[in-house]
Write a protein that binds this ligand. Structure first.
Ligand code: C5P
Length: 303
């Protein structure tokens, strides 16, 4: 996340993420699923501007080529950036005021963490604007009340997420990976995909595979992705395949292209491929364009 001070407030560039690996290990007593996942930030950013004012909190959302305005929800009350500012106001005693301007570039219902990243950006901006002086740990405690992935976006770099995904161990992968992101025309709802796993409360998945930590450790020790591509796995992909035909359609399309690995991110529906080089990523993206996708983008992960 990059934060800039401007004349009327703060601008935050809120990144997307992919889950290079995601394992579901069972159910927690609170009903959430216990996971282990390798989260990596991606250079695709929403832009959030927070301008302090004495007026009640107001939000304007704009679309973009990768997240068309026609898909944006009109109801500001459900927007996670608004909820973040409201939650910080409630906890700090500051009135919930100001003007939020959000330009969406990260596709919605994609498993790319866009809403969570916007919420983290709003927390950071309001914390600065209201001079609250909350440190990262205090903000993380607010963030995890807003959503599982929100704490991840408060700090830079990759992380292993455990618990329901909110307990983070930062790691350096030591490199930036060229990737292609594809969002199909239909998004997926996170609770619906988790519910599709069909795990009874308290039941454990039979054999945790350890892909996630193994992949993180191998990459951080300098191992090439080609040598550990069998560890790029996502336990939610089967449930997502049952919910939409688009996962298989994206997998089929990727099979014919020069990519190292391909898989769904998070609970979908976006799909990513890691490529050998930036050139391969651009070639892959240009070959995919013209299909029925909502958007196709060549970009990179951040270190
Ligand atoms: O935490 P967040 O609001 O992003 O989660 C959305 C929903 O996804 C939860 O209400 C829950 O149904 C499901 N979920 C889950 N296990 C997780 C994360 C999310 O069951 N580890």
């Amino acid at each position: 996340m990059f934060v800039e001070r401007i004349k009327n407030g703060w601008v935050v560039h809120a990144p997307a993420k992919i889950n290079l690996a995601l394992e579901v290990l069972g159910r927690q007593p609170d009903g959430y699923h216990k996971v282990e996942t390798l989260l990596v930030p991606v250079r695709l950013f929403d832009r959030l501007v927070y301008s302090p004012s004495a007026e009640p909190l107001n939000l304007v959302v704009r679309g973009s080529r990768t997240c068309p305005a026609s898909l944006l929800e009109a109801d500001a009350n459900t927007n996670l950036a608004v909820q973040a500012v409201q939650k910080l106001a409630e906890l700090s005693g500051h009135p919930p005021t100001g003007y939020l301007e959000l330009t969406k570039r990260i596709p919605l219902q994609a498993g790319l963490g866009g809403g969570s990243s916007d919420a983290a950006a709003a927390l950071v901006a309001a914390n600065a604007a209201w001079k609250l002086g909350y440190d990262r740990q205090q903000l993380a405690r607010v963030a995890e009340q807003l959503g599982t992935d929100v704490p991840f976006f408060l700090a830079p770099g990759a992380a292993i997420g455990t618990g329901r995904g909110e307990q983070l161990e930062r790691i350096s992968l030591g490199r930036s990976l060229p990737i292609v992101l594809v969002q199909p025309p239909a998004g997926l709802s996170t609770p619906v995909v988790f519910a599709g796993l069909n795990l009874a409360r308290g039941e454990q998945m039979p054999h945790p595979q350890g892909w996630c930590r193994e992949l993180a450790h191998r990459l951080s020790r300098g191992c090439g992705l080609a040598a550990c591509k069998h560890l790029v796995q996502n336990s939610l992909q089967q449930a997502a395949r049952n919910a939409t035909e688009w996962i298989d359609r994206m997998a089929d399309a990727m099979e014919r292209l020069p990519v190292l690995v391909h898989q769904m991110t998070g609970s979908g529906s976006a799909y990513f491929a890691v490529c050998h080089s930036w050139r391969d990523a651009r070639v892959t993206a240009s070959r995919l364009r013209g299909g029925h996708w909502q958007c196709v983008l060549a970009t990179r992960t951040s270190m």
